[in-house]
Design a binder for this molecule. Structure first.
Ligand code: SF4
Ligand code: SF4
Length: 373
């Protein structure tokens, strides 16, 4: 049985030279020679690289340079939160990823608005087939470039979850509507992952996000780049290093239980001598953190007191209504100009917070959640 291999590199900053050297030592000519290669970063929203919401352009550029050096034809592509070409170009511009494509003279694929093809999902539980953009499917090789971040709904957003960005536009929020609870959402992501498994995953964990990710968390210097051809194995290694049990992370567990990716018997190659202190005390969202000490049934009993819900920070709101447009269950309304959230309808997917261009939607916590956090 072939054991998955996850390689971990240490680098202190987003300096192009050291990042490029790391990736040059990881990839080989056979990986890319003569192939059409797509780089799939995390381009969630139009945020500047320093916010650490999106994959840093230095990492994306370094991978593009290596692919081209090794004889591949390279492009970058993603579909951010929201929809439409204008929205995608705005995100590509602000995250610095469009500039990378321009500097390298390579194509930036916008999945929104591309012709699509129906792809059957064998063994799918939420989706039996899915529409995928032709300008994603035409590539021979996909390099997945996620950012290490926590996520209020899914605990983490790592390599497997990052592939959700190949689903164009608003179809992403339909995922939340069809699968409103974390366990079912993990099934929907596993359905998708079974037909979009990337060839390589390179995770930007030089500066990660902990706490209330994927947008409003805190930056955490981790100084690592993770590389693997086995995305779920990479995710499991990252989760363990962050102090979480991969079986407590619904997406990682679901992918593992379906036999789509491993979480143990992994060869972990550390290309550094230092210890892993940078991960000490890494803050995952509250409920999984409590799950380490409190049985699941007890957590269920206290769940109303541990609830988190969206609330607008009025001073930052520009009344753009993008939060209402993205909400999969129509839980956002505007009685005056300020958005109001119908918490009976709300499924706590926090798509509104991801979509808000002003980071004006905070995650509010009920009593116990606020005390423990
Ligand atoms: S909360 Fe954000 S997305 Fe919603 S209207 Fe205000 S600025 Fe726009
Ligand atoms: S209001 Fe926000 S968190 Fe609630 S369902 Fe709508 S998008 Fe999701």
């Amino acid at each position: 049985m072939i054991r998955p291999r996850v390689e971990i590199y240490r680098t202190e900053s987003y300096e192009g030279g050291p990042v490029r050297d790391i990736l040059r030592s990881y990839f080989t000519r056979e990986d890319f020679y003569g192939k059409k290669v797509l780089l799939k970063p995390n381009m969630l929203q139009a945020h500047e690289p320093g916010r650490n919401v999106t994959t840093h352009p230095v990492v994306v550029k370094a991978v593009a340079e290596i692919v081209m050096e090794l004889g591949g034809e390279c492009a970058i592509g993603d579909s951010p939160s929201g929809w439409g070409r204008k929205n995608a170009l705005e995100a590509a511009g602000k995250t610095g990823l469009l500039k990378v494509a321009e500097e390298m003279g390579i194509k930036f694929e916008i999945f929104d608005g591309s012709p699509t093809r129906q792809v059957k999902i064998k063994g799918g539980t939420v989706y039996r087939e899915i529409s995928l953009p032709e300008n994603y499917l035409k590539y021979d090789t996909v390099i997945n470039l996620p950012k290490l971040k926590t996520h209020s709904l899914t605990v983490f957003t790592l390599g497997v979850k990052n592939m959700m960005g190949v689903v164009p536009g608003l179809a992403k929020s339909i995922f939340h509507k069809r699968a409103p609870h974390p366990e079912k959402f993990a099934c929907a992501i596993a359905d998708l992952y079974s037909v979009v498994k990337p060839d390589f995953t390179v995770m930007d964990a030089i500066e990660a996000m902990e706490g209330d990710g994927p947008v409003n968390g805190r930056t955490r210097k981790i100084n690592r780049i993770f590389c693997s051809a086995e995305t779920n194995a990479l995710d499991a290694v990252v989760e363990k290093m962050c102090g979480a049990d991969p079986l407590s992370v619904p997406i990682t567990r679901e992918v593992y239980e379906r036999g789509l990716g491993k979480i143990n018997n992994i060869d972990i190659i550390r290309h550094y001598k230092e210890n892993d202190r940078e991960f000490d005390g890494f803050r995952v969202p509250l409920v999984p953190r409590l799950g380490r000490f409190i049985p699941r049934f007890a957590l269920g009993m206290f769940s109303p007191l541990l609830d988190r819900y969206p609330r607008v920070e009025r001073q930052n709101c520009t009344y753009c209504r993008k939060c209402a447009e993205i909400c999969p269950v129509d839980a956002v309304s505007f009685s005056e100009r300020i958005p109001e959230f119908n918490l009976k309808k709300c499924i706590r997917c926090f798509c509104c917070g991801e979509r808000c261009p002003e980071s004006a939607i905070a995650e509010k916590k009920r009593l116990l959640a606020a005390i423990f956090d």
